[in-house]
Design a protein around this ligand. Structure first.
Ligand SMILES: [Zn+2]
Length: 370
């Protein structure tokens, strides 16, 4: 693949469009008569902390920090009671809140949530979001239970091109892929690979990320989008390095060759029509270009924007941003179970998460829909 990104060119116009084709694909179409190939659970932005409820930064939404633990307990019970038990769970990041840091409760809160999720006795696949990096150093996360990469070895490998090897070391990123069922693959990506949170100040990536942010965001508080044309350039977001884009491209190329269907999963949304733009990945255009070049990609799942969102892009890729548990009232819920079939995935949403059917794109070619 020709690498189209360099950090300083992150917002350059690219050969992708954010035009969305309106298709009647969002309807609910539950099929109770056919067994799915497999099912999996999805939950986003739990942000647990043992503190009183409070408003978000903009004072528009209540956050139920303590109650998020109860919602997780209920979700686990429901998943355990499903007629087809999920084969694994995707935890889309921000599992505990940054408010654990001043309380010095990061480890205790993480233990509480993981203790509940582990009652499922199925693999948990963890994405890392901004709140993981508020609470923990990247090196610490790699050694923690939130590093679910070791599971990949148990769940099916691709024979890959040599240049698809993931780099290790100081500037490495947290990515892996697994295949829970023949011809289906999940690819977990690291949206904070380029970031000023979670990177050592001495690292090259920190320096480049800080320069980019300051170039794009003149505010003293880099978490503020005040006056920005491109409001995604805030400190609580991040980007995907050129090395990682190449790695993703290599995996997807192998999946294309094997005629697999691939779901890509990251903390940050990558399509402007699936989220408030303030939550987008810094170089979302480049991520879209890579994914849209590969007919194997059927969906992209993210969290981070607690309001959630959904669109189908012009190539037929479904983009779902899942609602956050943290802003879900105690009487409601926010999680889902995805049932996977030959020609579609059927999301059974709970509470604020809407049920919907995701038909796979038809074409084996990476052409836009007409
Ligand atoms: Zn987040």
């Amino acid at each position: 693949m020709m690498c189209v990104c360099e950090l300083q060119e992150v917002s350059a116009p690219l050969h992708c469009s954010s035009r969305v084709v309106t298709l009647d694909l969002g309807c609910v179409e539950m099929d109770d008569t056919t067994e799915p190939y497999f099912s999996f659970g999805i939950i986003a932005d739990i942000q647990y902390a043992d503190i009183d409820d409070g408003y978000n930064f903009l004072k528009t939404r209540m956050r139920y920090y303590r109650n998020s633990l109860s919602l997780v307990k209920d979700a686990v019970q429901e998943w355990n009671a499903e007629s087809v038990k999920p084969k694994f769970v995707l935890q889309l990041g921000d599992i505990i809140d940054g408010f654990n840091v001043p309380q010095k409760t990061s480890d205790a809160s993480l233990d509480k949530i993981l203790t509940e999720l582990e009652k499922l006795k199925i693999p948990l696949h963890h994405i890392w979001g901004n709140h993981e990096f508020y609470n923990f150093q990247r090196e610490y996360l790699m050694e923690s239970k939130l590093n679910s990469k070791p599971i990949e070895d148990e769940m099916g490998q691709l024979s890959l091109n040599e240049d698809s090897e993931c780099p290790s070391g100081h500037e490495s990123f947290y990515v892996y892929h697994f295949s829970p069922f023949p011809k289906f693959r999940f690819l977990l990506i690291d949206c904070y690979d380029l970031s000023v949170i979670g990177r050592e100040k001495s690292s090259v990536k920190y320096g480049k990320s800080l320069k980019l942010l300051k170039d794009k965001n003149p505010n003293e508080n880099l978490n503020s989008p005040r006056g920005l044309d491109e409001d995604r350039f805030v400190q609580f977001n991040g980007g995907v390095s050129c090395t990682q884009l190449n790695w993703i491209d290599g995996i997807l190329e192998s999946s294309d060759e094997n005629e697999e269907k691939v779901v890509v999963v990251g903390h940050l949304p990558i399509h402007p029509d699936s989220t408030d733009t303030i939550c987008l990945t810094w170089n979302y255009e480049e991520m879209l270009s890579v994914l849209q070049a590969h007919p194997c990609v059927v969906a992209y799942f993210a969290g981070h924007d607690h309001d959630g969102g959904y669109c189908v892009d012009e190539y037929g890729i479904h983009h779902i941003t899942f609602k956050g548990v943290i802003e879900t009232p105690p009487e409601s819920q926010a999680f889902g179970t995805m049932h996977v079939y030959e020609d579609r995935m059927v999301l059974k949403g709970r509470g604020l998460v809407l049920s919907r059917t995701l038909h796979y794109r038809n074409s084996r070619k990476a052409d836009p829909l007409h």
